[in-house]
Design a protein around this ligand. Structure first.
Ligand code: NFS
Ligand code: SF4
Length: 638
């Protein structure tokens, strides 16, 4: 097993891992050390698409070079890559669909949710070309929800949300290639079908299918979810909150909300407030909700709820010995949490009929009976408070303050304080003059195989030092927040010119400064940086591909991160990953994704203007991103 210092740079995580080991509790970090890496799988050359196989292609040429069906290594790798992207896109598309259904039920009065941001509702409705004259908000919400659901059913044309949100130049490229999605379900189904044995065998065609999955993810997943969630729960505004394991409270009932879709977690927060007096009856001071993974991001952005953990350390929240319940919905929920919970008094509560864990409690959640389910969940946690084992309690001390809540709307509002007529102008001027060298989104995961936070934090610091404006989402945002990159202390890591820009905008908004990294939300909120880019590109009359912007996912674990990355590459934004995307077994596929303009054959860079950069060393990764920023600046003559 690794030394605890090699597992994470977060001291709270180190302390809890040490405690877990002392108490004989198995966690993902230790399981990662015990898992041997498979050379076939990690290069993408193992095919399990039919029962003739599994077939594996020997990488050194000294064994079978084709599967039983005759598929060569390039077909196999491209097909596996497409399968990953399909899985990622399906997760986000399901998220979008669930939110759309909830909006519909809220509009029809069958689910207990309000429409918190009527302004955004009207804006989205108008942009969707819905006639809003003399209509009640609920009527408009219903029409918006139905437009969203069309993106899971229409058989012709292109997805409504692509039309609504895509930059016209990007869309023209996709139309020309024939990769623009018609509806999410049709495309996902087609993608699964084409990956089967005896179907699509052309690596280029399969990779183009992957681009469609990136777009399904980006529009039916990210944009549609963000837009509708903002309508239902409010568009985030600047907010201050606390990060790290120290947000757990010994004298309170602690409930962790974990997963992704905010319909459940918003209700748990609401009912925790309402049932506070019941918590006092059992001797607690109150109820403390803490976030894990992207549910943490959603609640942080809209409710200022503290965040305990990112993905890779989720089990350790339980090891504190003070967690009464961990409520989960979907995605990135490790099955391992149940075995850990069994060593303490914690209840794991699953909530969706299609996401269960053996041994866990199950309180089924449907939007229609959201209030009843949330009450039952909170009461179950209250009932657990007196079951704690005092000998097993240990809460790490440290918490870190972070400023978050930077929706695109909030960023524009802050910029408007400098230039009311033309809010984007100060940002564009800073980029053109070189005060801001470029913009980077640091996104995605933490991965138990990797030393937690080090990749995310190192890439961010390298870019900040070089005057790159950094925005963040997902578990990467968690890493950056915990290491002071979302409060004014982190300004010390910024280049002088970037610091002046952040202070200038912050002071106009009545703050000492903007934080060095702007937290834009959960992984579906990668729509927000995409919207900001589209707005800047439109303002300048340029395609997104020519802007000096990059993306980085240094500690990738999820196929969802790959499909989001593909979405950005399809816009011509270079994307760095720090963990192998499992395509290196095919020189052809690697060249398509990672090759450059002078490569032979078709490459993402030639077609879209952006490519995949795989580099495990975060300092080198940042260096490569800076080179790309500089070459795009040079091409623009700035
Ligand atoms: Ni994104 Fe969010 Fe975290 Fe990665 Fe998982 S929680 S949806 S996939 S691990 S960032
Ligand atoms: Fe083997 Fe072809 Fe079947 Fe894959 S699809 S398992 S390569 S026979």
């Amino acid at each position: 097993l690794r030394d605890i210092q090699d597992v994470s740079i977060d001291q709270g995580v180190q302390e809890l891992l040490e405690k877990a080991r002392r108490e004989g509790v198995d966690t993902a970090f230790d399981r990662a050390d015990q898992m041997s890496t498979c050379g076939f799988g990690s290069t993408g050359v193992c095919c399990r698409h039919c029962l003739e196989g599994p077939c594996r292609i020997a990488p050194n040429g000294k064994g079978p070079q084709r599967g039983i069906c005759g598929a060569d290594v390039h077909t196999i790798v491209a097909r596996n890559f497409l399968s990953h992207l399909t899985e990622g896109a399906a997760g986000h598309a399901e998220h979008g669909r669930e939110v759309a259904l909830t909006l519909l039920e809220a509009a029809e009065g069958t689910a207990p949710y309000e429409i918190k941001d009527q302004g955004k509702l009207l804006k989205v409705a108008q942009d969707l070309k819905i006639d809003i004259t003399n209509k009640e908000p609920k009527e408009i919400a219903k029409e918006v929800a139905l437009k969203a659901l069309e993106d899971f059913s229409k058989q012709k044309g292109i997805m409504n949300w692509v039309e609504l949100r895509a930059h016209k130049d990007s869309l023209a490229t996709w139309n020309e290639l024939g990769v623009t999605p018609v509806n999410a379900h049709l495309e996902i189904s087609k993608s699964v079908a084409r990956s089967a044995m005896g179907c699509d065998a052309d690596p280029l065609n399969l990779v183009l299918g992957g681009i469609t999955m990136g777009l399904v993810d980006g529009y039916a997943g990210l944009h549609l979810s963000t837009d509708l969630q903002d309508i239902l729960f409010g568009t985030p505004k600047a907010v201050k909150a606390q990060y790290a394991m120290g947000v757990l409270k010994e004298d309170m009932i602690n409930i962790a909300v974990h997963g992704h879709v905010p319909m459940l977690s918003e209700k748990v927060v609401e009912w925790a407030r309402k049932l506070n007096s019941e918590a006092k009856e059992v001797g607690a001071k109150g109820i403390n909700i803490v976030g894990v993974c992207c549910t943490g991001n959603e609640l942080l952005m809209r409710q200022g709820v503290s965040v305990a953990s990112s993905f890779s350390s989720q089990e350790l929240v339980i090891v504190s010995g003070v967690l009464e319940a961990m409520v989960v919905d979907i995605q990135c929920v490790m099955p391992g949490i149940q075995a850990v919970a069994e060593c303490y008094h914690t209840d794991i509560i699953t909530t969706l009929p299609y996401v269960k864990i053996p041994g866990a409690s199950h309180i089924e959640f449907h939007p229609e009976d959201a209030d009843e389910a949330a009450q039952a969940i909170v009461r179950k946690a209250i009932g657990n408070f007196t079951k704690r084992d005092p000998a097993k309690i240990a809460i790490p001390q440290e918490t870190v303050e972070a400023y978050a809540g930077f929706s695109t709307e909030q960023v524009v509002e802050a910029l408007a304080l400098i230039n009311q007529e033309d809010p984007l102008q100060p940002l564009i001027e800073a980029i053109t003059s070189g005060k801001i060298r470029g913009v980077a989104a640091i996104v995605g995961c933490t991965n138990p195989k990797e030393k937690q936070d080090i990749g995310n934090v190192t890439v961010a610091k390298e870019l900040l030092k070089n005057n790159v404006l950094v925005v963040a989402t997902g578990c990467a945002a968690h890493s950056l927040a915990k290491h002071n990159l979302m409060n004014p202390q982190g300004l010390a890591y910024c280049g002088e010119e970037l610091r002046q820009v952040l202070e200038g905008i912050g002071q106009a908004a009545g703050l000492p400064s903007l934080p060095p990294v702007l937290h834009m939300g959960s992984c579906v909120d990668n729509s927000r940086p995409a919207d900001l880019l589209t707005a800047i590109a439109n303002k300048l009359g340029l395609p997104i591909r020519s802007l000096p912007v990059v993306g980085s996912c240094p500690e990738t674990h999820s196929p969802k991160a790959l499909s989001i990355g593909t979405f950005f590459i399809a816009h011509g934004v270079d994307v760095h990953v720090g963990v192998s995307p499992q395509v290196s077994g095919s020189s052809v596929v690697t060249e398509m994704l990672c090759g450059d303009k002078v490569s032979e054959g078709v490459t993402a860079e030639k077609v879209f203007g952006g490519k995949l950069i795989y580099e495990t060393d975060p300092v080198k990764g940042a260096q490569l991103l800076l080179e790309r920023i500089d070459s795009k600046r040079a091409a623009l003559g700035i």
